[in-house]
Write a protein that binds this ligand. Structure first.
Ligand SMILES: Cc1cc2nc3c(=O)[nH]c(=O)nc-3n(C[C@H](O)[C@H](O)[C@H](O)COP(=O)(O)O)c2cc1C
Length: 221
């Protein structure tokens, strides 16, 4: 039996890795309280190494984390459109496959302000002018893994154009962007210029090509 069958069909590829995003086309049902956003308990990467494409010449990089694939699919579109390098954020302990257990852990981490430990070797970012940062809305704020990334590595973004992109389950971005600004502010990363965010419902990332293109044009100005 295919262990990944509950993740739905393969909907894309990123640096040779298959993308599953079961939330796609769940119109009017949001993320179904977790029902439509299965994970394999490996943050979408069972049996696959973390996504990482680093070249000596790229001027931009897409750095993202995704549990159930929607943000990863959006990341793949940005990589294709901008020819960016790509780095998947990975955790020491992935969130459980079970949504309720994921929710419990995420709530605990948020309420106790203890974001998850990362398992990530950050490459030298000095060649990049633009960093596209991909994450998702959790409890109407920034998801805990991106909070951990910014807390640990936010200073590496100094002097760069940071372009946030986000997927959500039908309720919008919440306070995510304000939290990013706050974390970078407390780290003294004074010169980050944050663009307007791209926010896409996780159930329709597959039909967001026009929005992606319009956003890229807008933030290029
Ligand atoms: C723990 C958890 C909490 C969530 N909280 C919200 C929320 O408050 N509002 C919302 O619109 N979507 C919420 N979602 C839905 C996700 O934002 C949405 O499914 C997103 O597209 C998932 O991205 P991913 O597939 O890259 O992991 C939540 C999902 C999880 C797993």
């Amino acid at each position: 039996m295919n262990k990944q069958s509950n993740l739905g069909p393969v909907v894309g590829q990123l640096a040779g890795t298959d993308i599953y995003a079961n939330q796609l086309q769940r119109k009017n049902s949001g993320w179904g309280g977790g029902k439509y956003t299965p994970s394999d308990g490996q943050d979408t990467n069972r049996a696959q190494p973390p996504v990482r494409k680093l070249t000596p010449t790229a001027k931009s990089i897409v750095i993202y984390w995704s549990r159930s694939g929607s943000t990863e699919l959006l990341a793949s579109k940005l990589v294709a459109a901008t020819d960016s390098d790509v780095l998947e954020i990975t955790l020491a302990q992935p969130y459980p496959a079970d949504y309720m257990q994921t929710l419990d852990r995420a709530n605990f981490e948020r309420e106790s302000n203890t974001p998850p430990e990362l398992q990530l070797r950050l490459p030298d970012l000095s060649q990049y002018e633009t960093v596209y940062l991909g994450f998702q809305t959790w409890a109407m704020t920034l998801s805990q893994p991106m909070k951990a990334f910014l807390t640990d590595f936010g200073d590496a973004l100094a002097g760069k154009k940071v372009a946030p992109f986000e997927t959500e389950g039908g309720y919008g971005s919440g306070e995510s962007i304000r939290v990013i600004q706050n974390i970078l502010g407390t780290k003294g990363v004074g010169k980050v210029s944050l663009t307007v965010p791209l926010v896409i419902d996780g159930n329709r990332v597959d039909e967001a090509d026009d929005e992606v293109a319009a956003w890229l044009t807008r933030i290029a100005k």
